[in-house]
Design a protein. Structure first.
Ligand code: NI
Length: 245
């Protein structure tokens, strides 16, 4: 069930049998010369929407802008500051919790979001801790690449050149879902450099085409299909565990 394509009475009825909701969350940021700017929100959305067809899941609208200050040196990137992002996460959670959702699961597609999402969770829980009230919901963050079986699968498909940004696995997922949007580019160097992530000018100087440690040109539609299928299985399994928590 997709929240955006439901009516309020349908969500009201849904809450009588399940109080779990999944929020795909990502970022709109550069992904090297052949990766789509939407890659980090497209991947969790693609996986969540595919899982919704197979399991009894409720998927919220995609939270598609994240913490990407370090990518602002590349055209098309849109970023929230950590403080803005945390405030927005808190408002999303409190809106859903107000309706009675008690299990709120963020399926994340951007490594740069992790610290801020975890900090937002701590801020939200703090409100209950300081007032000695029981928090009526639980929150979970899961990166799609940490779903059961995915890291092993990606390591097998891409023994070299996977890297950490504009990875062939994330690009393959978008290509499999949108084959008419496939791009190609001659990678120079084949495998991008690695290094620390700081501010946008430093990032641009260290990683001139935007990739980190990856060879995006390894991405294929076929690999993407395999990664999506395994992620769907992993997500349904992970949500079953979360429901039982
Ligand atoms: Ni990415």
């Amino acid at each position: 069930m997709l929240l955006a394509f439901s009516t309020w009475p349908e969500i009201d009825a849904r809450l009588k049998s399940s109080r779990t909701v999944i929020i795909p969350i990502g970022s709109n940021e550069q992904h090297g010369p052949m990766g789509l700017l939407g890659t980090d929100w497209l991947c969790p959305e693609i996986i969540a929407h595919a899982a919704e067809k197979e399991g009894d899941l409720l998927i919220a609208p995609t939270f598609n802008i994240g913490m990407a200050q370090h990518h602002l040196g590349f055209s098309g990137t849109i970023s929230l500051r950590p403080s803005t992002f945390m405030a927005a996460i808190s408002d999303w959670v409190n809106s859903l919790a107000r309706h009675g959702f008690d299990r709120i699961y963020f399926l994340n597609g951007h490594g740069g979001n992790v610290a801020t999402i975890e900090a937002a969770f701590s801020e939200i829980y703090s409100d209950y801790s300081y007032s000695a009230e029981a928090c009526p919901f639980i929150l979970k963050l899961r990166n799609w690449w940490d779903l059961p079986g995915i890291a092993r699968l990606c390591a097998r498909i891409y023994p070299t050149g996977h890297g950490t940004h504009a990875t062939p696995s994330e690009i393959a997922v978008t290509f499999a879902a949108y084959p008419d949007r496939v791009k190609s580019h001659l990678m120079e160097p084949q495998i991008a450099p690695s290094g620390p992530i700081r501010d946008a000018l430093d990032y641009r100087a260290r990683f001139p085409d935007g990739r980190i440690g990856s060879d995006s040109s390894l991405a294929t539609v076929e690999d993407g299909r395999a990664i999506i299928a395994a992620s769907v299985t992993g997500l349904i399994e992970d949500i079953a565990k979360f429901d039982a928590d």
